[in-house]
Design a protein around this ligand. Structure first.
Ligand SMILES: Cc1cc2nc3c(=O)[nH]c(=O)nc-3n(C[C@H](O)[C@H](O)[C@H](O)COP(=O)(O)OP(=O)(O)OC[C@H]3O[C@@H](n4cnc5c(N)ncnc54)[C@H](O)[C@@H]3O)c2cc1C
Length: 397
């Protein structure tokens, strides 16, 4: 919180002049801080009398009345013309948490021209959509989105806020949590709630994926968590569901940004979407190089799928990072995952073990990948993979 020391303030107005958000005014010879303050600190630098300072929130400052914080929120991420699929996955788990706790599930949708997305969010489980539809939100800008979310959370006081662990979620959510003094658990793989006190039980891999830790934030609200895409299943949409759309106005002072977006280009990373295909053929160190990946690609094409990889293959430069599956790559959940020359290290397994069917091809019969495989083929991938591709080709004929 920005504090004014009335004893030191000389009412010179330098702070008022400096504030881009119109959040500080000199009244009766002394600076007064209003609602639009973003704690940017510009006025502090401008104040020669050293009359301004930011007072750090005491730990657990939101503890005063935990019961005042109610409801489960999902940040509805809108990008490239549609709501990100992870939003629907979060509404699936959010619905369960809200029912267990007996509270409403709400989606928060910031954007420009996004009103028509509200029905889809309600069909996916939301009881309410907080819609912030403003041209200033047409492009994602971390500072503006952060301020909007912070403002909404302070105004409506949800007990839980969930967001996707996407590039956008990872950039904006920590900033909001820090400003609110709230607890945040990143990359959760499981979420539950204790109905009696509303504590969110946030489970995620820890210590390099060797243990699963369940984290609680009992003293502060909201409890914030991010979840990677494809970790949770979306609920079946029900177009007959009804819900409320709340139009939220944000003070213009909160919508200014230091960032100007000149152009948005869809990156190649997003074009290779291994999270959205039903069949993945993955190569590891056993594939031995780019030539080996040509075999993997052939099999993937025969099956109408895409190519994935272990970190060892990516680190070796045989294939690019967007293909990496695992703890530091993507989490995938295809119908069929064929792991070729991949040992099945825990950091790889956490990214693919929820695939419906796993086929492992490995020449070492003791490779850990066989512990999670539905079908295991012990053999040399350079023989087995072309054989499989040929067989599928024949079957198609
Ligand atoms: C913090 C951290 C994060 C990590 N994140 C990730 C991650 O996101 N994703 C990831 O994948 N890893 C990750 N790792 C690395 C992980 O621990 C393993 O090192 C990596 O997954 C091993 O990749 P691999 O299975 O391809 O290689 P290896 O473990 O070397 O296994 C190669 C396998 O190929 C088999 N093989 C060799 N030749 C043939 C052949 N001709 N035919 C058939 N089989 C053959 C071998 O028997 C062996 O089982 C991470 C590690 C750390 C510490």
């Amino acid at each position: 919180m920005l504090k004014v020391d009335a004893e030191k303030c000389i009412g010179c107005g330098a702070c008022e002049e400096q504030c881009a958000f119109g959040a500080i005014k000199v009244e009766d010879g002394c600076a007064v801080v209003g609602d639009g303050c973003t704690l940017c600190g510009g006025c502090i630098d401008a104040c020669e009398a050293e009359a301004l300072h930011i007072e750090e929130a005491a730990p657990g400052r939101e503890t005063a009345d935990l019961a005042a914080w109610q409801g489960i929120w999902v940040f509805a991420e809108f990008r490239h013309g549609s709501v990100a699929p992870v939003t629907y996955e979060l509404l699936g788990v959010g619905r369960r948490l809200a029912d267990q706790r007996g509270v409403a599930l709400s989606a928060v949708l910031p954007g420009s021209g996004v009103r028509e997305e509200c029905d889809g969010l309600i069909a996916a489980g939301a009881d309410r959509v907080y819609l912030v539809d403003d041209p200033a939100l047409a492009q994602y800008r971390e500072d503006v989105y952060g301020r909007v979310l912070e403002e909404l959370i302070r105004r409506y006081q949800p007990e839980v806020v969930l967001a996707g662990a996407t590039a956008i979620g990872r950039s904006v959510i920590p900033q909001v949590a820090t400003r609110l003094g709230a607890g945040l658990t990143a990359d959760c793989t499981g979420l539950d709630i204790r109905p009696e006190d509303g504590t969110l039980l946030q489970t995620r891999p820890a210590f390099g994926g060797n243990i699963m830790a369940t984290i609680e934030c009992p003293d502060t609200r909201p409890q914030m968590a991010t979840v990677r895409p494809r970790v949770m299943a979306p609920a079946e949409p029900d177009p007959a569901r009804s819900g409320e759309v709340v139009d939220v106005e944000i003070a213009p002072g909160h919508l200014g940004s230091r960032v100007e977006v000149l152009e948005t280009v869809v990156s190649q990373t997003e074009q290779v979407n291994i999270q959205e295909v039903e069949v993945l053929v993955a190569g590891g160190r056993g594939v031995e190089g780019e030539k080996g990946f040509a075999l993997i690609r052939e099999l993937a094409e025969e099956l109408g799928g895409a190519v994935a990889a272990s970190r060892a293959a990516v680190d070796s430069g045989w294939i690019s990072y967007p293909h990496q599956v695992g703890q530091t790559g993507k989490t995938v959940c295809p119908k069929l995952y064929i792991a070729c020359g991949i040992s099945g290290a825990v950091q790889h397994a956490v990214g693919m073990q929820s695939a419906e069917v796993v086929v492992a091809i490995n020449r070492d019969e003791n490779a850990p990948i066989f512990n999670i495989a539905t079908y295991g083929l012990v053999g040399d991938l350079f023989e087995v993979v072309p054989l499989l591709a040929r067989k599928i080709q024949e079957m198609k004929k």
